[in-house]
Design a protein around this ligand. Sequence first.
Ligand code: KE4
Length: 437
Amino acid sequence: MKEINLVVTTLNTTKSEEIFAAAQKLMPGGVSSPVRAFKSVGGQPIVFDRVKGAYIWDVDGNQYIDYVGTWGPAICGHAHRDVLNSLKEVLEKGTSFGAPCALENILAEMVIDAVPSIEMVRFVNSGTEACMAVLRLMRAFTGRDKVIKFEGCYHGHADMFLVKAGSGVATLGLPDSPGVPKSVTSNTLTAPYNDLEAVKQLFADNPGQISGVILEPVVGNSGFITPDAGFLEGLRMITKDNDALLVFDEVMTGFRIAYGGAQEKFQVTPDLTTLGKIIGGGLPVGAYGGREDIMSMVAPAGPMYQAGTLSGNPLAMTAGIKTLELLKEPGTYEQLDKITKRLADGLLELGKETGNPICGGYISAMFGIFFNKGPVHDYDDAKKSDLSKFSKFHRGMLERGIYLAPSQFEAGFTSLAHTEEDIDKTLAAAKEVMSGL
Ligand code: KE4
């Protein structure tokens, strides 16, 4: 590997400190979403000023190679010229109609063409909204109230999903969340990820009561955990055998694992799918979709109610359309795979070289490592990782201009903008930091 001379700065975060201190008086924890407060990795949270391509600059002018990518949407690189230009154009026509607009048809058609399970789709404004609505639809269609989720999976912050959830809930070590009534979560059953026997047992213990199973087909919210061979196929069979629905929460994996998501990659077709992040190209969008016979229950076609002021707004539709157009270009997923493979394999190799127990991997433009000898099959395994080592690693990489997700229980994201040189720099920084862990 080329020797890269890294400039190790004791990061100047003066302005970040100032702004963040003020923010803490205005907003709980100084943030609009908990994971951003660096609670689990410690140290000064960074306040950012601008993004472009694979890079992000903070208010003190420090530049970082960004592997968070605003948690997934920036898969074509931040502030892509084509996305910005198409937004500038459509902006002249206004920001929101609150009425049908042709752009919704265009993005809907692209999503339906891309995602095997989706015959009809409804747009909302976040992944949380998509998951809330899809659960209501599961219950409306089956007439059953119970749902199975997996420990460590995160499906947004709606009450019924805040049971052994991943992402920020795991990051903050919250058991669940106060304010969520038992009456709401009593219908949420949980099983360890990759444990088909546990799922079969739940169906046996709750005959005719379970509307379905919802999961991240590749987990990004306990750190990066892949499905064991046969796991997704097994869930497809178990749900079919029990007249229950299989739902893939592809808010993170959709259009990232493959253009058709994890369901295309693993050739397992669920009944319903949730989407978000990438399909909004960085603007607020979520979506849920699936079999037409199920989706036709959604108001006003059917009785299941769900609504939203800004759903389908022209700006978000435009950013989503342009992003999917860019992703549809030939060679994009090969490029993402190549770059991410080099990064993930390099990090694992360096862990071994520097004597740090490490495991993890990647699929397409999503990756993750655990400071853990592994293997990590589920959330319990992930929790055995060395969290203090992760914190030191995160801080050391930050000081070398590499911005990783500030939690062991998050996945990392690459983009079409990340170059070989960016990977070289990242691996050179990781070598230095891991040597000192
Ligand atoms: P949003 O409501 O944050 O758009 O989506 C919720 C959601 C649903 N399903 C999956 C699989 C998700 O990953 C998410 C949101 N992901 C987190 C990051 N792990 C968003 C970042 C944050 O909470 O600040």
